[in-house]
Design a binder for this molecule. Structure first.
Ligand code: NAP
Length: 338
């Protein structure tokens, strides 16, 4: 009998809640915490379900085949798996346990990493994208300030068809958001790594494509994963390609944006307003000037939270597929980082 382990850095209460949801969806299998698996049975663990785990905990299980994340974004885990510290720990563990370890295990992340792909999450992100797009389109940050000053002043806004919205990334979350925005007739563009053809959406790729798209953007929405190629991709050079007064929504990962450059662009008026749900450091430190910047709306990483019911069902289906047909879902390309 194979085992499934649950690894996370969540509170005990949160872990039990997850395990309860997962076990209620699984047939003939139970998800166990590390302490519930005797050492002699650790080699029987072939699946780990993880939520922000300590990556080194994965090394306890020499025959791990796949790691299922409960998060859609796995940037932190991917970076950790690629790190020297992790690979050194793999080698150490390997030499310590030569006899007990299966040969294929514990070389650089020999297991597959599968992230959570949940249509409910994509819907939730699409709703957030629409909500905050409307917030910017209908000048809500200005009206909030005017109310504070008891000012009665009507502001112009652009009609949807004249508002150029550009999306960085058109994966599971980006495409879902674009599809919802399309229903309101916005003028839409997106930028991705590989070329694509999308109905009714202008598509760009490559560095030239990025500049061409940003030059025609009123609201820029970031849904790119954080990888070595996207780290600080929005910086003083690229933000300057936007028309003066453009607005930014960052809903993927904080470090895709260079915060110091963004603050300078907001202060100069190059960027009129930024809605930020993600930050280079989370929670956003109390001393950060981002909190009180009049041109920034701060959200506490809530644009698309994981839904326990739907995600437990999806994970259980993935496990069933693997147990019955030996099929694994598309896994994260550790080299590409997403
Ligand atoms: P995904 O399906 O993997 O899609 C990623 C998209 O980014 C793809 O279109 C990909 O291009 C593009 N991309 C990646 N690297 C690129 C590069 N170097 N240059 C240009 N395009 C690049 O990811 P997803 O499910 O849509 O999720 C996106 C991100 O959302 C996650 O990584 C996570 O950080 C974030 N997220 C945030 C929350 C929240 O609550 N704030 C919740 C969940 C997830 P190709 O199409 O060419 O591959």
């Amino acid at each position: 009998m194979k085992h499934i382990v649950f690894l996370s850095r969540l509170t005990e209460e949160a872990q039990f809640l997850w395990i309860e949801h997962l076990n209620s969806q699984l047939q003939n299998q139970t998800v166990l915490l590390p302490d519930q698996i005797p050492e002699r049975e650790e080699a029987l663990v072939d699946i780990a379900i993880v939520s922000n785990p300590n990556p080194e905990d994965l090394l306890r299980y020499p025959n791990l085949v796949w790691v299922q994340s409960l998060w859609a974004g796995v940037e932190g885990l991917v970076q950790a798996l690629k790190s020297d510290v992790f690979n050194k720990a793999c080698l150490n563990k390997r030499s310590l346990n030569k006899k007990s370890l299966n040969k294929k295990s514990l070389n650089k992340a020999s297991f597959q990493l599968v992230r959570l792909i949940d249509p409910t999450l994509a819907q939730s992100m699409a709703e957030s994208v629409l909500a905050w797009t409307l917030y910017l389109q209908r000048n809500m940050p200005c009206y909030a300030q005017q109310q504070g000053q008891k000012q009665w002043r009507k502001l112009q806004h652009r009609d949807s068809k004249d508002l150029r919205i550009s999306m960085l990334g058109a994966g599971k979350l980006g495409l879902g958001s674009l599809n919802l925005l399309q229903q309101l007739n916005y003028s839409l563009s997106c930028w991705t790594r590989s070329p694509k053809e999308l109905d009714g959406i202008s598509h760009y790729h490559g560095q030239d494509g990025l500049k061409a798209m940003l030059e025609q953007t009123d609201i820029l929405i970031n849904l790119l994963p954080l990888t070595p190629s996207t780290h600080h991709m929005l910086n003083k050079e690229t933000l300057a390609w936007l028309p003066k007064g453009a607005k930014l929504i960052n809903f993927s990962r904080g470090a895709v944006v260079n915060t110091a450059d963004l603050l300078a662009c907001l202060d100069s008026g190059q960027i009129e307003h930024a809605v930020l749900d993600v930050f280079e450091q989370e929670p956003l430190p109390v001393e950060s000037e981002v909190w009180s910047h009049p041109k920034i709306t701060v959200l506490p990483h809530i644009s698309a939270p994981t839904n326990k019911e739907t995600s437990a069902k999806i994970v259980a289906e993935n496990i069933h597929l693997y147990r019955t047909e030996n099929k694994l879902l598309e896994s994260v390309d550790i080299k590409l980082g997403y």
